[in-house]
Design a protein around this ligand. Structure first.
Ligand code: NAP
Length: 315
């Protein structure tokens, strides 16, 4: 009997967003240790567009067709041989390796480290917005070792990672200042910022001093580092910031830590706890249909965001 079909996004060559196509493919079959997830929503990360464009081809290779996306939320429908029969029906969230992609498929067969139970009470569109950026934000906040009452600056706080980091820092009792586009100052204030600055005009920021800086944009890192008080800590999650992070290790002054996050089961479970405690709420900028994924890739490539772009998977 042929495997049941599913809808999935694939592309046959690196290129502009228009290379993305919705196709009918056979559903995967879960192997031992895997579960089959019916995906209801996925979200778009900046790296998805970079992979699709071919900018990372040295890492991603030349094997086509390729799937797209890392973050997903949905429901377990089947378990592999010997799997827990209680799992079907449970809502889950997770993230695939972003360099491999495939999360915008209607069905995914995933191993235990790629998913966890989704936070209670969160619908799949909201849940899909968080796995990668939420885990990254948790690690970034940990990297600067925030304590209650300390002042932290979050750069790029209207974006996926920065928005989550600002919320988590505020929930940890820090006084949060943010840098975002001028159009997003109120959005940042609604998501943890006590003070909000616009990257179009940073004059007001220069006299300020912080105990920690969390950067998600990767530019002007030396200037942001000068805003640290003695003993202050700084981390960036942006690959663009890797050079400045390396130089900071080799030169006097505070080091800039480079945070690289992988969404493991343990981290996803911890993230779910933070959502259930009310420390973090997903911010969804726009929901796209599967057929609109190319548009979502064009939008993320602008480098400007107000939360996350989410794709509804399925018909
Ligand atoms: N290390 C990891 O494991 C990891 C994980 C996830 C993401 N990342 C990386 O982290 C970075 C941020 O990801 P994201 O998903 O949060 O991106 P995003 O949602 O696209 O957000 C980008 C942010 O940068 C801000 N921005 C634009 N121009 C700026 C400028 N000149 N100065 C300061 N901020 C500026 C934007 O503000 P406005 O829109 O308000 O202008 C927006 O808040 C990306 O490079 C991504 O690849 C790394």
């Amino acid at each position: 009997m042929p495997a049941p079909a599913m809808r999935a996004v694939r592309y046959d060559r690196y290129g502009p967003p228009d290379v993305l196509e919705v196709r009918a493919l056979p559903r995967p079959v879960p192997q031992a240790g895997q579960v089959l997830v019916r995906v209801d929503a996925g979200s778009v990360n900046a790296v998805d567009a970079k992979v699709r464009s071919g900018a990372l081809r040295l890492l991603t290779g030349r094997s086509f067709p390729r799937g797209v996306g890392a973050d997903f939320a949905g429901t377990i429908t089947e378990v592999g041989p010997g799997g827990d029969p209680d799992l079907p029906g449970r809502p889950v969230w997770g993230a695939l390796d972003p360099l491999a992609g495939g999360a915008t498929d209607e069905y995914l067969a995933v191993g235990p480290d790629a998913y966890a139970l989704a936070p209670a009470g969160l619908d799949p569109v909201a849940a899909a917005a968080l796995p990668t950026v939420g885990v990254t934000a948790v690690l970034a906040v940990e990297a600067v070792r925030l304590e209650p009452g300390r002042r932290v600056l979050v750069v790029g706080a209207s974006g996926g990672v920065g928005n989550a980091a600002a919320q988590l820092a505020a929930a940890a009792g820090a006084r949060v200042a943010t840098v975002s586009g001028r159009a997003n100052l109120d959005f940042c204030r609604e998501h943890g910022a006590a003070d909000a600055y616009a990257h179009e005009d940073l004059d007001g920021l220069r006299a300020e001093r912080f105990d920690a800086v969390i950067d998600t944009h990767g530019t002007d890192l030396r200037a942001y580092r000068r805003l640290l008080r003695p003993g202050g800590r700084m981390a960036t999650v942006a690959a663009k910031g890797a050079g400045a992070a390396l130089v900071s290790v080799l030169t006097p002054g505070p080091r800039i830590g480079l945070v690289q996050a992988k969404a493991t089961r343990v981290r996803l479970e911890r993230l779910a706890d933070l959502v259930e405690r009310g420390d973090l709420r997903p911010a969804v900028e726009r929901v796209y249909a599967m057929e609109e994924l190319a548009e979502a890739h064009r939008d993320i490539a602008t480098g400007h965001s107000r939360g996350k772009r989410v794709v509804r998977i399925g018909a």
